[in-house]
Design a protein around this ligand. Structure first.
Ligand code: ADP
Length: 190
């Protein structure tokens, strides 16, 4: 089973991904984490992308598509991936479909976490004090939300057409979201 978890920055994708990974024995593929690791490890790629990430824009499709292929092509993760923060543009969504065909896999469900801009701002500011992420200031949070609306929201229509999309209320308590997601995943597992 492969799952896409989708939603604006601060929607709780990472939190819910970790829960799903543990419960269903999957692998969390967070493009945000992969990219931040490059920066932390001071790799050439890291120095190339840090200003983009810290300004709230998207890293180029080519860079993330290459990172994604490394994971999808790895047999250890075959049909066990939860895509967290990817795809974030229509180009990425199409690339993901192509890669999944190439490696004989598919997406089984797309979970969208819905939250308001007010909640997002609040959560991102809380996270800033806890995790000290360089892109978690209020100004950059708003910029990231705008980037989401412009580049990422069109991906929803793409998945609506294929009937894979399930919307979950991301404003509810974490444990309530956990159980709602579990029910949806159990249903497709059959
Ligand atoms: P959030 O969803 O809270 O914004 P992420 O950790 O998913 O946090 O992403 C942080 C940043 O990393 C994004 O604002 C963007 O710059 C970059 N990024 C993550 N995933 C992608 C992606 N699929 N395509 C392009 N850039 C990405």
């Amino acid at each position: 089973m492969n799952i896409v978890i989708f939603g604006p920055p601060g929607a709780g994708k990472g939190t819910q991904s970790k829960f799903i990974v543990n419960k269903f024995n999957l692998y969390q593929l967070s493009t945000g984490d992969l990219l931040r690791n490059e920066i932390k490890n001071k790799t050439p790629l890291g120095s190339k992308i840090s200003s983009t990430i810290n300004s709230g824009e998207l890293v180029s499709d080519k860079i993330v598509n290459d990172l994604i292929e490394k994971i999808i092509s790895n047999d250890n993760y075959k049909n066990k991936i939860i895509f967290d923060g990817y795809p974030r543009s229509l180009i990425q969504a199409k690339n993901l479909d192509d890669l999944l065909i190439k490696y004989k896999q598919k997406i089984d469900i797309v979970l969208k976490l819905s939250v308001s801009l007010e909640t997002i701002k609040k959560r991102i500011l809380e996270r800033q004090t806890k995790e000290n992420r360089a892109d978690d200031s209020e100004e950059i949070a708003i910029k990231r939300f705008k980037t989401y609306q412009k580049s990422s929201e069109p991906v929803l229509d793409y998945y609506k057409q294929s009937n894979l999309l399930k919307v979950v209320n991301g404003e509810a308590e974490i444990s309530k979201i956990n159980s709602e997601i579990s029910v949806l995943i159990e249903a497709i597992k059959g």
